[in-house]
Design a protein around this ligand. Sequence first.
Ligand code: SAM
Length: 187
Amino acid sequence: MPNHSIPLFIKRFFVTPAVIGTIAPTSTSTARKMAAPIPPNATVLEIGAGTGSMTQGILERLDNPSQLTSVEIDPELAKEFRVNFPNVTLNVGDAEEVMRTTSNLDAIVSGIPFAVMDAQKRTRMFQAVARAIKPDGLFIPIQYGLTLRRELEQHFSDVRIGFSFWNIPPTFFYICRKPKTTSSNNR
Ligand SMILES: C[S@@+](CC[C@H](N)C(=O)[O-])C[C@H]1O[C@@H](n2cnc3c(N)ncnc32)[C@H](O)[C@@H]1O
């Protein structure tokens, strides 16, 4: 994400802290680590894209930008995202709604602050993720703590933890595979 987007990100954090979740955008180093398991030919959905601090890391993994679609709920951050990444398709709205009408994804990468989200909403979001990805697909959410591990294990059979020191603050992220609820067995 270009440095000129950082003041807007911080401003939006003070307007809706529970939606934005953190004062500093994800570092490029963290974004690259999170995107590392994504295969080059993957079809990817990025949820909670903000102004695009994870987007470049994802694009570096992919053969073509057309393989990535991003979603952001905050209209001001979405406007800035479009300036930063004019070649990436962006949906402005709730990622839960977008995932409900999406299937067969190879990966979903998330910047959404699930830990501060209402628990019922979070469950619906994890169910929507599990249905939107392929049985061998990936779900890679950033999380600043490890409190959601058990919850993620209710939705995915294989949940691993990654860590990035070069981030403000240093952060964990999850690499989830093998969704327990798929589009083929529970729609
Ligand atoms: C912690 S920021 C992450 C932004 C950027 N991806 C990054 O890593 O720096 C969380 C982002 O998720 C967005 N968000 C929160 N809930 C959302 C939802 N239900 N659907 C789509 N975006 C959402 C917020 O507006 C915010 O831009």
